[in-house]
Design a protein around this ligand. Structure first.
Ligand SMILES: O=P(O)(O)O[C@H]1[C@H](O)[C@@H](O)[C@H](O)[C@@H](O)[C@@H]1O
Ligand SMILES: [Mg+2]
Length: 283
């Protein structure tokens, strides 16, 4: 049977490529940096422009009424961040903006699509490396059309893991983040890494370059596309307390298998974050 979302998927891949070309071009000129939730939560005109290009193209192709959109920069401007049963696009136009601003060579366009709250496909275009990661539910995961697979390491002592630091620099949270990192490092694991972009980090789990990634404080647009790619590459997603993964909770561990995930979870010091779908007055 033909996949009802095949056309949407193919379109998403093309739009991600076009958005990535815009980001590469914008990186050649001077970048004016603005801030959002904190002085280290950066945004640029390119984030806003690229999101407009992506959402504009999708609306033109699929109609405004039937499809919904959750985009990082639209939400920052007050648009709702609620996942309903309607076909919904979840978009991070520039992940990570910090890398983009500094010329650190990992920047991704992340586009996911959910129907009935289930993720149907995800596309992550690592535009400076020119690598296209993509996956449709039930059809495997690919990088530049080559199938990808998570690593088969089961021994945590043989693993590399990723944890990022996020953009909330309140001392209590930073203390917990570093305590978690210290405890994981001392398990010991072979190493800790991080590309600075959650979307690309998830693809690194999917290719088997690292065994796991965890973060508290990420947003649904950082991880929705990567979630499909990790799952389709044979990996798993969980909440940082071992409960089922919840896209809107801002807490996520993705790993090559449950043994690795559960071992890391033992060391994670959880701190509170406000859900992506919380009412605006709680944010
Ligand atoms: O740069 P953005 O798109 O805001 O995403 C980053 C996020 O804000 C940080 O919390 C994470 O640590 C990064 O990995 C994200 O990708
Ligand atoms: Mg992001």
């Amino acid at each position: 049977m033909e996949d009802p979302w095949q056309k949407a998927y193919d379109f998403a891949v093309a739009v991600a490529r076009k958005a990535g070309a815009e980001i590469r071009k914008a990186g050649e000129s001077e970048i004016r940096v603005m801030t959002k939730s904190s002085t280290v939560d950066l945004v640029t005109k390119t984030d806003e422009r690229v999101e407009k290009i992506i959402i504009g193209s999708l609306k033109e192709e699929f109609g405004e009424g039937t499809h919904c959109f959750i985009g990082e920069e639209s939400v920052a401007k007050g648009e709702p961040c609620i996942l309903t049963d309607k076909p919904t696009w979840i978009i991070d136009p520039v992940d990570s903006t910090t890398n983009f601003v500094h010329g650190f060579p990992f920047v991704a366009v992340s586009i996911a699509f959910a129907v009935n709250k289930e993720l149907e496909f995800g596309v992550v275009y690592s535009c400076l490396e020119d690598k296209m990661y993509k996956a449709q539910r039930g059809k495997g995961a690919f990088c530049d059309d080559e199938p990808i697979q998570v690593s088969d390491v089961k021994d945590i002592n043989q693993s590399i893991i990723i944890s990022e630091h996020g953009t909330d620099r309140s001392p209590e949270k930073v203390t917990k983040i570093f305590s978690t990192i210290q405890k994981n490092l001392c398990i010991p694991v072979h190493g800790l890494r991080g590309s600075g972009t959650a979307a690309t980090n998830m693809c690194l789990v999917a290719t088997g370059a690292v065994e796991a990634l965890f973060e508290i404080g990420i947003h649904c647009w950082d991880i929705a596309a990567g979630a499909v790619i990790v799952k389709e590459a044979g990996g798993i997603l969980l909440d940082v307390d071992g409960e089922p993964f919840d896209l809107m909770s801002r807490r996520m561990i993705s790993a090559n298998n449950e043994t690795i995930a559960k071992r890391i979870i033992k060391e994670i010091e959880i701190f509170p974050v406000v859900r992506d779908d919380a009412p605006i007055e709680k944010k």
